[in-house]
Design a protein around this ligand. Structure first.
Ligand SMILES: [Zn+2]
Length: 149
């Protein structure tokens, strides 16, 4: 199915690190609603102690034939500081008062067909996964604990 079409959101378990069915036995707090392509990002964020609630992408029509990628990762864990430091190009923290409530991506590039769009989506996700892989898991968890809710 084309990435330009409507997404099929799945349920991902952050404890089991896999897509699961409705009758999955883990507590509901471990579940993330996401597009399957974002499962790697959701797993890495969970490893860092930042549990996502939902992770989606969207290609907006900028003209009749061009599309811009945007992504939104809504967080369950809402730190009161920029926990991941400077984010890669295109990514921003979504703030609600003094809390980080989401990670938002807006692409400056445009895609003109579904093949290009899929390649761009995969590229941006891979770059963000690599960024998260570079983060110090224990250090980030310790910062979250110190900050406290
Ligand atoms: Zn599970």
């Amino acid at each position: 199915m084309s990435v330009l079409a409507v997404q099929q959101l799945k349920v991902f378990c952050t404890r089991c690190r896999q897509l699961v069915d409705d009758d999955h036995e883990c507590p509901i707090k471990h579940r993330v609603l996401l597009d399957a392509t974002l499962a790697g990002v959701a797993g890495r964020l969970s490893d860092l102690g930042l549990k996502p609630a939902m992770a989606t992408f969207h290609f907006a029509n900028t003209t009749a034939t061009t599309f811009n990628l945007s992504m939104s990762i809504v967080l369950d864990t809402q730190p009161n500081f920029a926990i991941l430091g400077d984010l890669p190009a295109g990514w921003e923290y979504g703030w609600d008062g003094d809390r980080v409530v989401s990670l938002e991506y807006n692409d400056c590039r445009t895609c003109s067909n579904s093949v290009e769009a899929e390649a761009r989506l995969n590229e941006v996700i891979e770059q963000f996964e690599a960024f998260l892989d570079d983060k110090d898991v224990e250090g980030t968890k310790a910062l979250l604990l110190l900050a406290g809710p």
